[in-house]
Design a binder for this molecule. Structure first.
Ligand code: FAD
Length: 535
């Protein structure tokens, strides 16, 4: 079945898509509190598919998608984890926790012949090299070159989950990512700007959903879903949930386009004994995954997502170029992430979204189109399918959190108390300081070096490295000297505050045990909370 891809050349001009981000209004009006309304409403005006339809489609296809992601072709990813951050120096090594690490494949004999070290040179011709001459600078993201820093990672063994990476560095990287949503081409680009924001916000929300779903329980040391974290990061913000779904239909539409134009069929998958699936099996399973989505939505012409609504204005070509440059900067920023596991998934996702954008906006479906000459590498395909897998996992997690939310709601209404005395359903109350919510659609956020939340976050000691391109040995020497000086200052400052912390801690403990002794201790007395308030 050939799906009709609208090439945008003919036909009636559709009304513009509304990509305007909604401002944060009420936290009592969240999707979980109004689930029926939410599931029956449409994700995107241009296609008419509802959130509920995507939930059902995703549930139906989930086991097949998981099976596909288990195939060696999709689970082994090649990248450079040690590439220098191109924007500043000295940013690596921030997160030294074990959970930030990536287990790379060191046992080479587990890999197919084409990935053996001696064949690495040839690998460039097999899996990454474009089939037609291509200037990578024209793409939406940068692919890592193959060199002696190349590593192979088993993605199933290294899932995206909570790593503990945070503080000022990750905030600054998010801020820089959102600051790429800045276009210089006048008012015409408003729609593209909003679309860019939603894309980034959806990626951010999906990462936050994964880390809340694979959150560490400090008591059991096991990873599992944490409703509080999810509500705090995503669940209380309708826009963030919506943006996950928008990204889902965007990536799915790119897969539909690749499938319907015969490109997936024409690609060379590796037939090697080490691969647990043959090329034919991969093609059949991808087809089975994608084809049922042709039935989704009520606008069969645009199918899910109408890419032709974007980049239509008189200066569309310039806007598109700027959009590409900005998204490429986002992909380069992944080399600045100071946590290997986060960097791994950040890279996969930016390549995945970059590939989806390339397929949707640059692939011209002309009369003489030859699928076998379309320029898409295996790395891009693997990233695209894994990005789709990640979004599907987020949608599955949203529904699991909804069940947890309902259970917590029943417990709350029947008056059952949690052991730690905390509320079952975190809503707006969890934001004791409303300034913690940073609205990246507000240009003022980018005017200051930090943000209101970060200035009071307790991470003031960490000074984010300034953008630098130390070209001379002398400059590099003084940069390092400055770093050493700042580190020493940090150590001395912590010695200075230590007596106060120790004193407060002892005082709180004494009060606690005194109260217990005289029998006045309250049942839900939370020492830790008091301790933090004291600090
Ligand atoms: C590329 C990248 C990948 C990462 N991967 C991981 C990972 O795999 N595991 C892990 O544990 N940590 C990861 N992190 C760190 C994680 O994303 C958070 O930065 C960290 O947990 C600190 O969270 P936070 O609560 O301070 O808010 P952050 O998530 O850092 O958000 C900063 C601000 O952005 C705003 N914001 C949050 N979400 C959105 C959204 N969806 N749309 C618009 N605005 C939003 C909020 O108001 C918030 O104050 C990653 C960070 C980066 C930059």
């Amino acid at each position: 079945q050939q799906f009709p891809i609208d090439s945008g050349e003919a036909g009636v001009k559709k009304p513009p898509i509304n990509y305007t981000p909604k401002s944060i209004k009420s936290f009592h009006d969240t999707p979980f509190a109004n689930w029926d309304n939410f599931t029956n409403s449409i994700i995107d005006e241009s296609a008419g598919v509802t959130f509920g339809e995507i939930n059902r489609f995703d549930a139906e296809q989930l086991s097949l998608l998981k099976q596909i992601l288990q195939m060696n072709f999709f689970r082994i990813f090649r990248l450079n984890l040690f590439k220098e951050c191109p924007f500043w120096s000295g940013s690596s090594g921030f997160c030294t926790d074990r959970s930030c690490a990536v287990d790379t494949i060191s046992d080479w004999k587990d890999l197919p012949d084409i990935w053996q070290p001696e064949a690495l040179g040839a690998l460039a011709n097999v899996s990454a090299a474009p089939k037609v001459p291509n200037d990578q600078n024209k793409d939406y993201c940068e692919l890592d070159e193959i060199n002696d820093e190349t590593v192979f990672v088993d993605l199933i063994e290294n899932p995206e989950r909570f790593t503990g990476y945070g503080g000022d560095q990750s905030f600054q990287i998010w801020k820089l990512i959102y600051s790429e949503n800045c276009f210089n081409l006048g008012h015409d680009q408003c729609m593209e700007k909003n679309f860019f924001y939603k894309l980034i916000s959806g990626m951010h929300a999906s990462i936050s959903t994964h880390l809340s779903h694979g959150f560490i329980d400090l008591k059991t040391k096991e990873y599992g879903p944490n409703l509080q974290q999810f509500m705090f990061r995503v669940g209380n913000f309708p826009d963030r949930i919506e943006n996950i779904y928008l990204n889902y239909i965007l990536v799915l539409k790119a897969l539909i386009k690749l499938e319907s134009l015969g490109i997936l069929d024409s690609l060379e998958y590796c037939d090697d004994d080490h691969f647990n699936q043959s090329s034919t099996e991969i093609k059949v399973e991808l087809g089975e995954l994608i084809k049922p989505s042709y039935q989704l939505g009520n606008d069969k012409e645009t199918c899910l997502f109408d890419e032709n609504g974007l980049f239509q204005s008189s200066n569309a070509a310039e806007i598109k170029d700027e959009f590409k440059v900005n998204f490429r900067n986002v992909s380069k920023l992944m080399d600045c992430v100071g946590c290997d596991r986060c960097r791994l998934w950040g890279k996969i996702e930016t390549i995945g979204y970059g590939t989806a954008l390339k397929v949707l906006f640059d692939l011209q479906d002309t009369k003489n189109f030859e699928p076998s000459r379309y320029n898409i590498s295996n790395v891009e395909l693997v990233a695209l399918v894994n990005t789709f897998g990640g979004l599907s996992k987020s949608i599955e997690a949203v529904q699991e959190f909804k069940s947890m939310y309902d259970k917590a709601l029943i417990e709350e209404t029947t008056g059952k108390k949690k052991e730690d005395g905390k509320k079952h359903i975190p809503n707006m109350d969890v934001f004791e300081n409303k300034d913690e919510i940073v609205d990246f659609t507000n240009p003022k956020v980018f005017e200051s070096a930090g943000s209101a939340s970060q200035s009071s976050s307790g991470y003031d000691d960490i000074v984010f490295p300034e953008q630098s391109h130390s070209s001379t040995v002398k400059e590099a020497f003084f940069t390092e000297l400055d770093n050493v000086w700042k580190t020493l200052q940090l150590i001395f400052r912590s010695y200075k505050v230590f007596p106060k912390i120790a004193y407060n801690w002892c005082l709180i403990r004494i009060v606690y045990y005194w109260n217990r002794f005289i029998g006045h201790v309250q049942q839900d007395f939370d020492v830790n909370r008091l301790y933090h308030e004291e600090l």
